[in-house]
Design a protein around this ligand. Structure first.
Ligand code: SF4
Ligand code: SF4
Length: 277
């Protein structure tokens, strides 16, 4: 294949479908088609005339694991990353804001990580940049663990990668773009997002203070760490020593702990337990 080089971006996404929603109805939606055969055609490389077109003016969603990878790459805190590089807005989930990458103020609204040398965060580029043109749809089929996973192929008219002859299976693309860990982390996020989609905020709706705490728990691991270790949190929750050590050392463990906390607050379930039930 032609090498994608340090560029390569796009706007794939994790499509989230709630309990009981029918993904087949979403089969064809504008620039997206259900992948109903084994292979799709695509290649992105510096020789395509649209090269880096998709790193500009993109509507790019960010997920919790993206934040962890990017803030580490940039050597800044999650709080600083959120303030500097993201915007949030109520989009496809009307009960919880989505997070998007803030594009630069230049005329072309370029990605802030795009330079003449290419993508400066390539090894840690967000899921959306890796996955395109695939979109992975995960639907929960019941309240336990049963899932239906389907893949869609996005096809934007400006993207000439679809005209290239190279064919891929989903497995080949997933391995080539190192998407396995992202899929694993995003599946955990799907569980939490499913809770948000059911409007868990009660009478206060989206102005509930619980929403702000949930946002912090999901996206701001460094603030979450401060909150856990510098407030009365640990006197209120039973957290085994082994888990405390893990969340001290690992942002991924912190993110997972944040998900458990959200689960506890909003559904009174999951592994986290209160000292005063
Ligand atoms: S992070 Fe930005 S520059 Fe890098 S591939 Fe994605 S859109 Fe392009
Ligand atoms: S081929 Fe598609 S993904 Fe690659 S640079 Fe062009 S528009 Fe972006």
């Amino acid at each position: 294949m032609g090498k994608r080089g340090r560029f390569a971006k796009v706007s794939g996404s994790v499509r989230l479908y709630g309990l009981g929603e029918d993904m087949q109805e979403k089969k064809i939606n504008g620039n997206r088609m259900l992948l109903d055969k084994d292979k799709f055609r695509f290649e992105c490389h510096p020789g395509v005339s649209c090269f880096t077109r998709c790193c500009r003016n993109a509507d790019m969603y960010l997920y919790p694991y993206d934040i962890i990878r990017l803030k580490k790459k940039l050597k800044i805190s999650s709080d600083e990353f959120l303030k500097k590089h993201t915007i949030s807005a109520f989009r496809d989930n009307k009960y919880f804001p989505s997070l998007m990458l803030k594009m630069s103020d230049d005329e072309e609204k370029s990605c802030p990580f795009l330079t003449e040398e290419g993508c400066t965060v390539y090894e840690d580029r967000p899921f959306s940049c890796r996955a395109y043109p695939l979109e992975r749809a995960v639907a929960r089929l019941n309240d336990v663990d049963e899932r239906l996973v389907q893949y869609f192929v996005a096809n934007h008219p400006y993207c000439l990668g679809h005209k290239e002859p190279r064919e891929w299976t989903v497995k080949e693309w997933t391995e080539n773009q190192q998407l396995q860990t992202y899929d694993e982390m995003n599946d955990l996020w799907v569980n939490i997002d499913t809770i948000f989609r059911k409007n868990p905020w009660g009478d206060q709706g989206t102005s509930s203070p619980a929403l702000k705490m949930a946002f912090l728990a999901c996206f701001n691991v460094d603030k979450l760490k401060d909150f856990i270790f510098e407030s009365s949190f640990l006197s209120r929750f039973d957290v085994p020593e082994e888990r405390k050590e893990k969340i001290m050392e690992s942002d991924v463990e912190l993110m997972k702990f944040g998900f458990d906390w959200v689960n506890y607050i909003l559904t009174s379930s999951g592994p986290l337990t209160s000292k005063n039930p």
